[in-house]
Design a protein around this ligand. Structure first.
Ligand SMILES: [Fe+2]
Length: 181
């Protein structure tokens, strides 16, 4: 019985500002919103998704009142289809200006951009590389490299690391192990 990841619900301070950032910069669509209970004073929940398979990938409850930085979740990560999607996200974040701590990082198995949303929640947007490599790994990647240059650089950086190999072989081995479980 695999438990498949679906969504996260986050307490936020400024509901409308957060919805604006997640829809206009990150590309989410509000799929539903409403009070969590019919009673007066019940908080509103806002559901958002970018995929057909999940009604919501993230949802906000606008009831957060403390000023402390978020401290129980390090980051939420979203997979894109391609490196060019990651580059587009990076450009959108820079153009918008509200994200902070923008940090392009590669784990060898992914090209990521880490950043924090306007309330300090950690986010990661990434594309898979063609490889698996034993984790953890993390190196800054130069966003000015072309796709071909980045492929070559990434392979050179990680091919000596333990477990480096084609991602398809890693997935096949995982599938076999899960079949035997
Ligand atoms: Fe991550």
């Amino acid at each position: 019985m695999p438990l498949r990841w679906s969504h996260t619900v986050v307490y936020v301070r400024d509901l409308e500002a957060m919805i604006d950032f997640y829809t206009n910069v990150l590309g989410f669509e509000v799929t539903d919103r409403g009070k969590v209970a019919p009673a007066d004073g019940a908080p509103e929940i806002v559901f958002m998704s970018q995929v057909e398979t999940d009604h919501h990938q993230i949802a906000f409850l606008g009831v957060r009142q403390d000023d402390a930085p978020p401290n129980s979740v390090n980051h939420m990560a979203f997979r894109t289809d391609s490196l060019s999607d990651v580059r587009s996200m990076l450009a959108a974040l820079k153009a918008d200006g509200r994200a902070t701590h923008i940090n392009p990082l590669t784990h060898g198995n992914a090209w990521s951009v880490y950043f924090t949303d306007p309330e300090g929640n950690g986010l990661e947007v990434f594309a898979d590389t063609p490889w698996h490599v034993q984790q953890p790994q993390g190196k800054p990647w130069d966003t000015s490299l072309t796709d071909d240059e980045l492929h070559a650089w990434t392979q050179a950086e990680f091919e000596k690391e333990p477990g480096f190999g084609p991602i398809d072989a890693f997935y096949a081995a995982r599938a076999e192990k899960l079949r035997q479980a």
